[in-house]
Design a protein around this ligand. Structure first.
Ligand code: DQA
Length: 147
């Protein structure tokens, strides 16, 4: 059975309360439940984590090496600032899908830059919580291409 690690970065623990006009009213716990259910339906093991701390996220990315088949990362604002997270993804050698609830390209200019995009298999953004299940489908199809 394939295993996928889903990492969530800073402030995503505030989903449901935080700027609902941008991020919606769904909580991170509800998104986690959706992901676990979707993983079961696809027979993949999902592990779901959140941290507000860059170093913790880096440690978890390193942990993925040799232990998980794929990574899904909503790195929050660290997407736009962190070369260290990008280096961690490069050193983990685990395929990663970059994920955002909002369409970062339709927002402020500083959100248009992603340090993670060049080391990602691809990017999913703008679909709200549904993006998480789309990202699971995307990484599964990358790991086990159809046809
Ligand atoms: C986000 C977009 C980021 O720009 C922002 O800093 C976040 C959330 C998203 O899911 O839309 O914290 O990653």
């Amino acid at each position: 059975m394939k295993s996928i690690l889903i990492l969530n970065g800073p402030n995503l623990n505030m989903l449901g309360l935080r700027q609902p006009e941008v991020y919606g009213k769904t909580t991170l716990a509800q998104i986690e439940a959706m992901c676990l259910e979707h993983g079961q339906s696809k027979a993949v093991k999902i592990e779901f984590r959140q941290s507000n701390h860059e170093g913790v996220l880096i440690d978890w990315i390193h942990e993925a090496r040799g232990k998980f088949d794929g990574l899904i990362m909503n790195a929050g604002a660290y997407t736009h600032t962190s070369v260290a997270l990008r280096d961690a993804v490069s050193s983990a050698e685990v395929p990663m899908v970059e994920l955002h609830l909002s369409n970062i390209h339709a927002r402020e200019a500083f959100r248009h830059v992603s340090h993670l995009a060049p080391v990602a298999v691809g990017q999913i953004c703008g679909f709200g919580p549904a993006g998480y299940t789309l990202a699971i489908d995307a990484i599964c199809s990358h790991l086990d291409p159809p046809g």
